[in-house]
Design a protein around this ligand. Structure first.
Ligand code: BYC
Length: 329
């Protein structure tokens, strides 16, 4: 992760009196639950915040294909290979819907993608971790797609129409992704041998904490949350969604017979939630700065793919030009 290119210009949330007439009317529409569409008035900072979040989200989908792609040739059966291929294709599709949603805000896909390749744009921290064993593929489905669903279901109701609508299909597909991951782990844990169960526990130990980091910094450190929540780009805070993930996942881990790698995890009857240990935020910020285990490898893989795919883009552009010329003639 590197410094983010897009400066949204938001330093603090404006009070009602500081808003212009148009901004007040805009905020009223948001408060009334009316969706904002591309041609509607929107404050520049709202537009930039959406470009930032949607493009980071799109980049995450595209970079997120890499850790799983690593196992396509080594999937243990034809059935698992077909499932994995379908899932990875879905992630590519999500990236494309999201770049399209970002384009409705007046930016170009090429510019956004150049920002990714140049290391100027962020993508989710989680994709900078390696997939060392087949159990890691299960962990991505169960924990990473599981977290993604918790984060993205509320986005189906966010204030910007094109983003909200893109999220509906994305969430349906993420649900299949989560289930295939859990199914794979169930097969290893229930029908597998002791080595396979140990492989799942070892993968769980590596993925648990990075999955919790996906939800972003704690609310106290989340620079964008207050304004994004006022604009209903975000409907829940990072910590609230993280808590939801822990509460939902602990019983699922117990069903698999796994031990949560957190000695401080315990049910708090008074709160009606699990308490859990402190996240190592120094690791999170190191990954954001580009120093995670696979940051350099991930960007290099995207750069190489872009270079190797140049002929396809050129061929398609030449074909489109030829077709246009034929129509004009
Ligand atoms: N990784 O103020 P905050 C998938 C940054 S794809 C990296 O709380 P915000 C899948 C944040 O950008 C899943 N950076 O930010 C795909 C900000 O920096 P900037 C991707 C992170 O935006 C393939 C700074 O930290 N999901 O599921 O209000 C295969 C301060 O944070 C992270 C989405 O993108 C992170 N984890 O909230 C399988 C969902 N967290 O930009 C699966 C849409 C924070 O100011 N995005 N940062 O320089 C969101 O919901 C929000 O952007 C976030 C962060 C909750 C992630």
């Amino acid at each position: 992760m590197y410094a983010q290119l897009v400066e949204t210009g938001v330093t603090q949330v404006k009070t009602a009196e500081q808003l212009s007439g148009a901004e007040q009317a805009f905020q009223r529409r948001i408060d009334d639950g009316i969706k904002i569409e591309p041609k509607d008035f929107m404050p520049e900072a709202y537009r930039k915040t959406l470009v930032r979040q949607i493009s980071q989200h799109a980049h995450s989908e595209i970079v997120g294909m890499l850790p799983e792609g690593n196992w396509v040739t080594r999937a243990p059966s034809l059935k698992r290979k077909a499932i994995l291929l379908a899932k990875i294709q879905d992630e590519g599709g999500h990236g494309l819907y999201l770049y399209s949603a970002a384009e409705t805000l007046g930016v170009s896909r090429e510019d956004l993608y150049d920002d990714l390749l140049a290391g100027r744009a962020k993508y989710s921290s989680i994709f900078n971790y390696p997939t060392l064993t087949w159990a890691d593929i299960g962990m991505i489905g169960w924990l990473v797609d599981g977290s993604a669903i918790i984060n993205q279901i509320p986005l189906c109701r966010c204030s910007y129409g094109p983003y909200a609508r893109a999220m509906v299909r994305v969430c349906k597909e993420e649900s299949f992704h989560q289930r295939q991951g859990y199914d794979l782990l169930l097969a290893m844990c229930k029908d597998g041998n002791p080595e396979q169960r140990a492989m799942v526990q070892e993968a769980f130990n590596r993925w648990w904490w990075p999955a919790l980091m996906m939800f972003g910094p704690s609310d106290a450190e989340s620079t964008n949350s207050t304004q994004s929540m006022a604009w209903k780009i975000k409907l829940f805070s990072n910590d609230d969604l993280r808590q939801k993930m822990v509460d939902q996942t602990v019983p699922q881990a117990e069903h698999l017979g796994l031990t949560i790698p957190d000695p401080d995890l315990k049910w708090n009857a008074a709160r009606g939630h699990y308490d859990f240990g402190e996240i190592d935020w120094s690791e999170f910020y190191a990954v954001l700065k580009g120093n995670g285990p696979c940051n350099r490898e991930r960007l290099q893989a995207r750069r190489d793919a872009h270079k190797q795919g140049a002929w396809v883009r050129e061929a398609m552009a030449a074909y489109a030009e030829k077709k246009d010329a034929r129509v004009a003639a």
